[in-house]
Design a protein around this ligand. Structure first.
Ligand SMILES: C[S@@+](CC[C@H](N)C(=O)[O-])C[C@H]1O[C@@H](n2cnc3c(N)ncnc32)[C@H](O)[C@@H]1O
Length: 342
């Protein structure tokens, strides 16, 4: 998440990118430019710093929300980086569906594989503070859809699910112990047409002490995850992007809640382990993920923001960073496409 002007765990992300860059150089891969993907572009905070640090790099920048692409492009322009540079590729896509551009030019060859990929999952401060899409307790709307092609909004779920299903959803995706009480109150109060009204209903169902997190926090998280299918998407994206890495390439993922972190932890353990992967969300496990493991951890466990970052930006406290690297001797996408196994 970018919580103020500062993207979360930027120093740690840049240090992983530098490891990937050193590997790229040591492997004499300079026949192609260093290739970076930011699959959750947001306002462009991380991308902007990566674009500055690697001024020759080809960059693929995507977000499932079209408004973020516009914002990131204008932030690039405001920072003096022309968003129309040929090394920049902008994509309105879910991270799990990112395709590498096949067409290129002499000075910017096509993306054959990725040297560094980043996912900074969740929503942006702009979703909470500016877009009024129902993510914030003050919003008049109750939509929560990140992409325009999603069918059901939070309002649809809240007003149409049977009480038990609504309670299960709040429990499963919000880890909310009072899920049944909350679902009961919501059903009694239908129709619920705004985020403000939903937050009031929940605050009445489970009044909490003052100065604690808002009582609706977990229910809002649950609805957002359900509307955007965020957990399955996170796993799909992690597996998909790992398959696009070049040898020595690094995939770094920042999560903001324990449900998502557990999924990434398990998925990375699968990718770095020797056995065939087992997906919790029935995401097909790719052939090249089978033995012997093509990946290794680029960070041994997970990393949390430093004390220094927390002092400046307390909202980053739940961030966790994990990263894997495709082993240097594992075939990259070019060789896999050509059917060469080593
Ligand atoms: C936390 S923000 C990213 C902030 C960004 N790193 C920055 O520094 O400005 C997350 C962004 O990722 C987008 N997003 C979340 N999940 C996504 C996914 N699976 N695919 C594509 N975009 C996604 C959201 O729309 C949001 O704009």
């Amino acid at each position: 998440m970018e919580t103020s002007h500062q993207p979360v765990m930027l120093r740690e992300v840049l240090s992983l990118a530098e490891q990937a860059y050193e590997n790229y150089r040591s492997m004499n891969e300079e026949s192609h430019p260093f290739r970076i993907l930011d699959g959750t572009l947001g306002a462009g905070g991380h991308s902007l710093e990566l674009a500055r640090a690697y001024s020759e790099a080809s960059m693929l920048m995507g977000d499932r929300d079209a408004r973020m692409l516009e914002r990131a492009r204008s932030n690039f322009a405001a920072a003096g980086l022309d968003p129309a540079q040929s090394r920049f590729n902008w994509m309105r896509k879910r991270a799990s569906e990112i395709e590498l551009p096949l067409a290129g030019s002499a000075e910017n060859p096509p993306f054959a594989g990725l040297d560094f990929a980043l996912l900074d999952l969740g929503i942006s401060m702009l979703h909470l503070k500016e877009f009024k899409g129902g993510f914030s307790y003050e919003d008049e709307s109750l939509d929560m859809r990140l992409d325009e092609d999603l069918q059901s909004s939070a309002q649809d779920l809240v007003n149409s699910l049977p009480e038990k299903e609504l309670a299960d959803l709040i429990y499963r995706y919000g880890e909310e112990r009072a899920s049944r009480k909350i679902a009961h109150r919501i059903v009694q109060s239908r129709p619920v047409e705004s985020a403000t009204r939903l937050a009031e209903i929940i605050a009445r169902a489970i009044p909490g002490p003052r100065n604690r997190p808002h009582p609706a926090r977990k229910t809002f998280q649950a609805l957002r995850i359900a509307v955007n299918d965020e957990l399955a998407e996170a796993e799909r994206a992690a597996r998909h992007l790992s398959s696009l890495l070049n040898p020595g390439g690094i995939l770094a993922i920042i999560t903001f809640h324990s449900l998502e972190d557990r999924i990434i932890k398990k998925c990375f353990a699968d990718l770095c382990g020797a056995g065939p992967g087992i997906s919790r969300y029935d995401v097909p496990v790719l052939e090249q993920e089978q033995k012997p493991a093509a990946f290794e951890k680029a960070i041994r466990k997970s990393m949390a923001p430093s004390a220094e970052e927390l002092e400046k930006n307390l909202a980053s406290r739940s961030a966790r960073l994990r990263a894997i690297r495709r082993k240097n001797n594992a075939p990259g996408i070019e060789k896999r496409r050509a059917g060469i196994s080593k």
